[in-house]
Design a protein around this ligand. Sequence first.
Ligand code: F6R
Length: 364
Amino acid sequence: HKGKFKHYTAKEIYEQPVSIKNTILNRFIKNETVYFSELDVKAEKIFSQTEHIQIIACGTSYHAGLVSKYWFESLAMIACDVEVASEFCYKKILVRKNSLLLIISQSGETADNLNALKISKNLGYLGSLTICNSKSSSLVYESDFSLFTCAGIEIGVASTKAFTTQLTVLLMLVAKFIHLKSKNFKLEKKIINLLNILPNRIEEILKHKKSVYSLAKKIFDKKNIIFLGKGEQYPIAMEGALKIKEISYIHAEGYPIGELKHGPLALIDSNVPIIIIAPNNNLLEKIKLNIEEIHSRGGLIYILSDPFAKFNKNRNIIRLPYIEHLISPIFYAIPLQLLAYYTALIKGENIDQPRNLAKSVTVE
Ligand code: F6R
């Protein structure tokens, strides 16, 4: 039921503090150790041996995988590769030493993922692990181990709460690997603390809907939009672009901000909004240089940032609440979901059921 909301998509965006709470519920022992009741000793043994993670997913779930690559590599020191399932299946698969196959899927019924899992059997992976929102799905049935996101049923075709709960499970999984491999228990505890405060942080950002709505009013009649990020925020920029394409029908690209000068700068004029995710972190100084490059070419810049980052005068800055770096990709996904929602709302589009799309893609 939609309750007070006009669309399931809006309801599901606003449900995120609760869906994240449900996803972390009963998964921390004394707020020190991550615990997954779904996993047995055999799974833990495999995790202890794992030196490489091969992630397979599609669409929004693929973007969750891309964010987690930064986390697996920088926090758990485990090499990680991420591929879209439809490509993974149709090329030579070289299995790295002690590699774990990790499939991320909201529905667990995506044909491309099932196909990838099938052809990976007997290739030498240590095992297959699925992160899924549907406990009774084919992917869960076919893979060795599964971890569940507890987003509840997602009805809007555009994935929102499934995405942020996938990221939540992925960050818990990273903590699990830290526990088993590098044994940096302080870092594991820090991740747990941050996941515990995340639902409140998301409540906070949802209160900023007015400034996101004002941005939607500025972009709804545009033909093209570019989303930019750096580091963990680059996949979030891709996700922002996907949401806008899907429900607002505006062509959008998500790009790494440093890559702009290698081509896309040619697109920049005062008709192409450039939406930049730029919180105050160690990448900000580099991002600022890139922002000036865009500005000097007449770009229409909108910056999503926090109360602390300093920018040149006269930049359009949407000041969002402060967020701790580790959980910032989950946080910045929210205003971009809202932006796509409001843009589609202003345009009068069919938000819950975008044209040509199905909730679960069961054909190749
Ligand atoms: C985007 C979206 C799709 C799905 C993709 C994978 O909002 O919903 O891109 O993320 O079709 O679906 P699952 O996660 O069910 O495998």
